[in-house]
Design a protein around this ligand. Structure first.
Ligand code: JD8
Length: 250
């Protein structure tokens, strides 16, 4: 997969050279290029923003530098990229969307700042390429860079051949089952007076699996009742319903 990122703070994307994405690049699975938007400004102040039409606080990113930057960064032989624009008004990032993005060959991220990017940049790009405006969550950040890092991590770890043990992907929260993860433990068996649950010492795989599922059901019911509501009936057995019955809102 090729990833290009355009930003006025390219140093913000330095983590893409570390750990996860770093390994993926070293193994040839990932090819990351970060670009400074100011490269496509032509005035001596390298201006990228201006006051908003219609008034209001803050500044808006000018369309011209973005138009030139995306023209150049997305121009290549063959199939064009998917343009990803992080924005608080985007479609929510989910595991399912991360899986979808992980099947793309080329992603280009446009990271905005200030009050956002002039809307015509996305409207113009959509004439030539596929565009997804994506939000990583219902809270406000100061720009798109951190969101791009989150999306890249969620996508790159799904690349075939990346995870040492792909089986672990299936067990994850928001992955297959739609349940949150069960609590995990390792040595020592007792720590600061806190003991590892007995069930995990039984060596009885079915008992351990059942204990873990009960924990996952409880956690999901406590913290994410919206996920429980989305669990398909046929995915639940009698024991599951018994566990969930404890959490039915009075
Ligand atoms: C891109 C500019 C800042 C946002 C005025 C604060 C994503 N889940 C998310 N929360 N915030 C963002 C995000 C925020 C951004 C930009 C993404 C570009 N800002 C703006 C509107 C209100 N300032 C995001 N993904």
């Amino acid at each position: 997969m090729r990833i290009d990122v355009v930003s006025i703070f390219p140093e913000y994307l330095a983590p893409l050279g570390l750990s996860l994405a770093g390994k993926a690049q070293a193994s040839g699975l990932l090819d990351v290029h970060v670009h400074d938007l100011r490269r496509w400004t032509h005035d001596r102040h390298h201006t990228v923003d201006d006051t908003p039409y219609g008034g209001g606080a803050g500044m808006v990113m000018k369309p011209e530098p973005w138009g030139e930057a995306l023209d150049e960064v997305t121009s290549a032989e063959g199939a064009g990229p998917l343009l990803v624009v992080p924005t608080p008004s985007g479609e929510p990032l989910t595991q399912r969307l991360a899986e979808e993005l992980s099947r793309e060959a080329w992603l280009v991220f446009a990271c905005g700042r200030y009050e956002g990017i002039d809307q015509r940049v996305v409207d113009d790009a959509a004439r030539r390429m596929r565009v997804r405006e994506i939000s990583i969550g219902d809270y406000v950040l100061n720009g798109g860079e951190v969101a791009a890092l989150v999306i890249v991590e969620a996508v790159v770890r799904l690349l075939p051949g990346f995870m040492g043990n792909p089986a672990s992907l299936a067990e994850e929260s928001h992955g297959g089952e739609g349940l949150l993860e069960y609590p995990v433990y390792t040595k020592p068996p007792s720590w600061r007076g806190l003991d590892v649950p007995e069930a995990l010492f039984s060596g009885h795989h079915a008992k351990i699996a059942r204990w873990r599922r009960d924990q996952a059901l409880r956690r999901t019911a406590e913290r994410r009742p919206d996920l429980v509501a989305r669990l398909p009936e046929e995915a639940l057995d009698d024991r599951d319903r018994e566990v969930l019955a404890d959490f039915v809102a009075d």
